[in-house]
Design a protein around this ligand. Structure first.
Ligand SMILES: Cc1ncc(COP(=O)(O)O)c(C=O)c1O
Length: 420
C-alpha cells in the first residue's frame, strides 16, 4: 500500500472558500484585523482561570512559554459545551460512535488519511498514553529513542518509568533540521524497543517529509522497534503545508506505528485534559493498548472531552484556518524584527504550530545568562532550549499564539534588554 493521494488540497480549498474575505486578506507582517465571530487581537484576562502559563508571569512579565494560546477557542466548541451544560445532567457517559466517526472524518478531510473507525482508540491525554505505551511495550531497562531537541516529557517520563532514554540529536544542515539516520545505526542495540517521533516536531517546528518518515519506518521495522508518533501539533500546519500522518505513509509504518493525536493544541482547549486519541492500524498492538487502558480504568472520556472533540472535528475549520493565518502574521512580525537587528538571533520558521525556535547561539551567552536576559531583564518568559535535550543549548522557544500587540510588546522588551 503506497500512501493515498491526499484530499487535503480539496479540503483546504473548501475551507478557504468559506472564509470571510477579511480573513483571507489578512496579510502577513505586523498588521492584523478583527474578523466576524472572533477577535484574535483581544487581550484576554486569564485571571481566575487557574492558568499554569500565568503563574510565571508575575510582576507584569509576558507569558510566552507553555504551549497554549491566548485566544478563545473556536466558537463552535464553546457553543457545543454550553448546550451540553444546559442539560444539567452529568451522569456516567460512554464514548459514542459520533466521537470515533468525527475523528475518522477529520483525519480524512484534513490529512487525507482513511482511518477505519476500529483503528481509533480513546486516549487519556497524549503523554499519559505515551506512559502507558512505555509500560505495555517495554520492560524496565529497555531503551527509548528520542530525537532531540524535543518535547522533554518524552525522555523525562521514560526515565521516571525506569526506561533508558537514548538521544539521537537532529542534524542542523543548511538552516534546516534533519534526522540523523547514521546516528540511529550507531546507537542501536537489542534493548532499543521504542522510538518516539514528534510529527510535527516540537520545538523545531518541522513537518517531516514523506521520504524521511518512510525511511524511518523501514529502519525501525528492520530493528523491530515500535514507533510512537506524537501528532498533537498536526492540525496546525502553516503556509499551506501538508502534514503526513506516520501510519499513512505505507504498510510498514502502519504495522509498526501508533499515532497519538489530539484536538487540544489546534483548538486551544488543553485544559480539558484527557482529550486525545490513538490511531493503531495493527490489531495486536491495538488490543494491547486497549487492554492496558481498560485494566488501569483509563478508557472513559469525560463529557467535555467528547463534546469539544466532536464539535471541533465536525464543523468546517473556518476558525482554525483563520487562527493559522493569524499565527503566520505573528511569525512574520518576529522574523521581520530579527532580520532588522544586528544581534544575530535567528528565528527558525515553524512549518506547524505557534512555537518559534529562536537560535541565539550568536550571542555566545551561557544558557543561564540567556534565560536571564529574556525571562528577567526583558520580562518575556520563554522556554529554555536546553530543557529539550542535546542540541537545545543556545536556543529558546517563544510562543506566539497570542494577540499581535503582545508579540510587538515582547519584541520591544527584547530590544531594550539587548541594548542594555
Ligand atoms: C509534542 C507534544 N506532545 C504532547 C503535549 C501534551 O499533550 P497532553 O496534554 O495531551 O499530554 C504537548 C504539549 O505541549 C506537546 O507539545
Amino acid at each position: 500500500m503506497k500512501r493515498r493521494t491526499f484530499l487535503k488540497s480539496a479540503a483546504a480549498a473548501g475551507a478557504a472558500a468559506m472564509l470571510p474575505s477579511s480573513v483571507l486578506s489578512l496579510a502577513s507582517g505586523c498588521t492584523s484585523e478583527n474578523t466576524p465571530g472572533w477577535n484574535f487581537d483581544e487581550v484576554l484576562d486569564r485571571t481566575g482561570t487557574w492558568s499554569i502559563k500565568y503563574r510565571r508571569a508575575e510582576g507584569g512579565k509576558l507569558a510566552m512559554w507553555i504551549a497554549d494560546m491566548d485566544f478563545k477557542t473556536d466558537p463552535v466548541v464553546s457553543q457545543a459545551l454550553r448546550e451540553r451544560l444546559e442539560k444539567d445532567v452529568f451522569g456516567y457517559t460512554y464514548g459514542p460512535d459520533a466521537f470515533f466517526e468525527a475523528i475518522a472524518g477529520w483525519e480524512k478531510a484534513q490529512h487525507g488519511f482513511d482511518v477505519p473507525i476500529e483503528w481509533v482508540e480513546y486516549a487519556p491525554g497524549v503523554i499519559a498514553s505515551l506512559c502507558q505505551i512505555y509500560l505495555t511495550f517495554t520492560e524496565p531497562g529497555d531503551k527509548v529513542v528520542v530525537q532531540t531537541p524535543v518535547y522533554d516529557p518524552f525522555f523525562d517520563y521514560a526515565r521516571r518509568l525506569g526506561r533508558i532514554a537514548v538521544e539521537n540529536p537532529l542534524l542542523w544542515k543548511d538552516g534546516r533540521y534533519e534526522m540523523d539516520f547514521e546516528g540511529l545505526d550507531r546507537l542501536y542495540d537489542k534493548r532499543v524497543k521504542v522510538l518516539v517521533l514528534c510529527n510535527p516536531h516540537n520545538p523545531v517546528g518541522i513537518i517531516w517529509p514523506e521520504e524521511t518518515l518512510s525511511r524511518l519506518a523501514r529502519w525501525c521495522a528492520e530493528h523491530d522497534i515500535l514507533v510512537v508518533s506524537d501528532e498533537i501539533h498536526a492540525d496546525l500546519s502553516l503556509y499551506g503545508r501538508q502534514h503526513i500522518p506516520f501510519c499513512s505513509v505505507d504498510e510498514t509504518a502502519a504495522r509498526i506505528g501508533i499515532q497519538l493525536c489530539s484536538p487540544t493544541k489546534a483548538f486551544n482547549f488543553p485544559g480539558i485534559t484527557g482529550s486525545a486519541y490513538a490511531i493503531i492500524p495493527d490489531p495486536v498492538k491495538r488490543r494491547r493498548f486497549h487492554e492496558t487502558l481498560d485494566n488501569a480504568k483509563l478508557r472513559e472520556a469525560s463529557i467535555p472531552t467528547l463534546v469539544a472533540t466532536i464539535a471541533a472535528y465536525t464543523h468546517e475549520p473556518v476558525w482554525l484556518e483563520a487562527v493559522k493565518r493569524y499565527i503566520e502574521g505573528n511569525i512574520a512580525c518576529v522574523e521581520d524584527f530579527f532580520s532588522r537587528h544586528a544581534c544575530g538571533i535567528r528565528p527558525v520558521r515553524p512549518e506547524a504550530s505557534f512555537l518559534i525556535w529562536l537560535d541565539c547561539r550568536a550571542l555566545e551567552l551561557p544558557q543561564a545568562e540567556l534565560m536571564d536576559l529574556f525571562n528577567e531583564k526583558a520580562g518575556v518568559v520563554m522556554n529554555n532550549g536546553a530543557g529539550y535535550g542535546t542540541g537545545g543549548e543556545g536556543f529558546v522557544r517563544l510562543n506566539v499564539g497570542c494577540p499581535r500587540s503582545v508579540v510587538e510588546e515582547a519584541l520591544r522588551r527584547i530590544e531594550a534588554a539587548l541594548q542594555q
